[in-house]
Design a protein around this ligand. Structure first.
Ligand SMILES: Cc1cc2nc3c(=O)[nH]c(=O)nc-3n(C[C@H](O)[C@H](O)[C@H](O)COP(=O)(O)OP(=O)(O)OC[C@H]3O[C@@H](n4cnc5c(N)ncnc54)[C@H](O)[C@@H]3O)c2cc1C
Length: 494
């Protein structure tokens, strides 16, 4: 029997590699022409650029999947160490650069914001490191947490709970530890790494500061999409078959027999195991017909984005990543989560893809990706939400030019809005990280990778455990595959 994987996003590719490495036959069905899902690429003539993620964190997660296939991350792609990595530009004119190395960042905080801010950040990173140490194994790298599972883990797991600081909100923990307004904004922004609201997300998410500032963020030579291509290459070496431009229309559990019928426009497939990388909401609302209880879609949806790419003059003095904060950063969360609208004064994020990913210069120009956060959108909200896009793109450009990161003559060559994302990824509402982590129990509500009520069905995406962001989705695929292998009695690699 062949395992069918629906979707060639990073979760689907990771699952396909792990399954094939253990000897399963695997067929990946992808609705679009390219792999990678949100880790996309596009081009205008010979000017190619990434359309999705800009920053790679937790490289060990990718390495683990590739090692199961007898290769490694280092053999398949070249990671780029960025120093400086981020330039934060504040409304009072202050500028702070962070580095790939924690100590270099701390020293620079001392230079830019003073020794008190440096000490505050040093202590905060020690706190963030403790949270990561106490939470990663129980909430990211193991099966989806459940209340009954926590009971089984025993007293050590319960004793570690206060260390993950889930009883405070992110914002409260930051305010308590950090007086520097500049550092506060930088640390609050880490909530947006999984599209959450720092005013209600548990302080556990402060571990993202450790992941980003201490473990480090990387560029990928050729762009993040090169990583998706590398995963396809490795999968093909293991014999995985791919069908692109092949949207799955229905997944039907076979009555009275085990397995599923997977219905596409031109073909049907029968399989005993199916791994779904498409959004869980798409599976539940559209694709799946099965007698057992369907997985529950976790809400609220995370944030989306309005994105653009500029053909910009190549300039060495631009930073790899630039963040331009507005006058009052906290208002952004009021707009996104309370009013459900695009921020009136958005934070603008820019990534110079030549500096970050070694994208080549074409006639003196390099791709600069830009994004502002936007709320997720339901089908009913789509047309009203679309109306905000042109003015947001204009504001994005204006703020980037005012900060010096772009020039007036730099041309916008591509854009994709939150509404476009909602239409491109069915069921997603445009959310780019699945469900937001907006309360202390969100990790417990994410659907597990094995749907125990429907034998043979597995979930591998940002809308399932352990959540959104590229490394989490890759981990989701790995877990989904391991559950499938365990159930098929082939838990060990060839
Ligand atoms: C603009 C942007 C910036 C981002 N920045 C970052 C970042 O810097 N760092 C980071 O870690 N993360 C970032 N993310 C988030 C990250 O890209 C996602 O969390 C991750 O890539 C999602 O992977 P996934 O496995 O859930 O699958 P997806 O990427 O959602 O892919 C699912 C796949 O399933 C396919 N599919 C859906 N339905 C069907 C069907 N019926 N039949 C066949 N195929 C189907 C889709 O076409 C798609 O290819 C960003 C995302 C975006 C959009």
């Amino acid at each position: 029997m062949t395992t069918v994987v629906v979707g060639a996003g990073m979760g689907g590719l990771s699952a396909a590699i792990r399954l094939a490495a253990a000897g399963r036959q695997v067929l990946v069905l992808e609705q679009h022409a390219l792999p990678g899902g949100k880790v996309g690429q596009s081009s205008v003539g010979d000017f190619a650029f990434d359309t999705g993620p800009s920053l790679l964190t937790l490289p060990d997660v990718f390495d683990r999947v590739l090692r199961s296939a007898g290769t490694s991350l280092r053999e398949e792609v070249t990671l780029r160490h960025l120093s400086p990595s981020f330039r934060y530009i504040y409304p009072d004119g202050a500028v702070l650069e962070t580095y790939a190395e924690r100590d270099a960042t701390l020293e620079n905080v001392g230079r830019a914001l003073g020794s008190r801010a440096q000490k505050e950040l040093e202590a905060f990173l020690a706190y963030a490191q403790r949270i990561w140490a106490a939470s990663a194994d129980n909430f990211v790298f193991s099966e989806a947490p459940s209340f009954s599972g926590m009971t089984k883990l025993g007293p050590r797991a319960w004793l570690s709970l206060p260390r993950i600081d889930a009883h405070h909100t992110m914002i409260a923990a930051i305010r308590q530890r950090i007086k520097s307004p500049h550092l506060r904004s930088m640390l609050l922004r880490f909530a947006t790494y999984n599209g959450s609201d720092p005013r209600c997300a548990p302080a556990t998410l402060n571990c993202i500061a450790h992941v980003d500032l201490a473990l480090g963020g990387f560029g990928v030579e050729g762009g993040l999409h090169a990583l998706a291509q590398a995963f396809v290459r490795v999968a093909e070496r293991l014999g995985v078959a791919f069908r692109f431009d092949c949207p799955v229309e229905h997944i039907i559990a076979r009555a009275g027999q085990s397995g599923f019928e997977v219905v596409c426009k031109d073909n049907n497939f029968i399989t005993d195991q199916i791994v779904v990388n498409a959004d869980v909401a798409h599976l539940v609302e559209t694709l799946l017909t099965a007698p057992g209880e369907k997985p529950k879609v976790s809400t609220p949806f995370s944030t989306s984005g309005i994105c653009a790419v500029f053909r910009a003059e190549a300039r060495a003095e631009r930073a790899a990543h630039t963040v331009i904060f507005p006058e009052c950063y906290e208002d952004e969360f009021v707009d996104l989560f309370d009013a459900q609208r695009v921020p009136r004064q958005p934070t603008v994020y820019l990534c110079d893809q030549a500096l970050s990913h070694g994208r080549p210069e074409v006639a003196g120009a390099v791709p600069v990706f830009a994004m502002v956060n936007a709320p997720s959108v339901t089908r009913e909200q789509e047309s009203a939400a679309e109306a905000a896009v042109p003015s947001t793109l204009a504001l994005m450009r204006e703020r980037a030019v005012a900060s010096g990161a772009l020039r007036t003559q730099d041309e916008m060559v591509w854009h994709r809005s939150h509404v476009d994302l909602a239409r491109r990824y069915p069921g997603s509402r445009g959310a780019i990280y699945g469900a937001a982590s907006n309360d202390a129990f969100s990790a417990f509500r994410r659907p597990p990778n094995r749907v125990s009520s429907i034998p043979g069905l597995y979930l591998a995406s940002g809308s399932a455990h352990p959540g959104g962001g590229v490394p989490m989705c890759v981990q989701s695929g790995l877990r989904a595959a391991e559950c499938a292998l365990e159930d098929a009695g082939t838990a060990f690699p060839r």
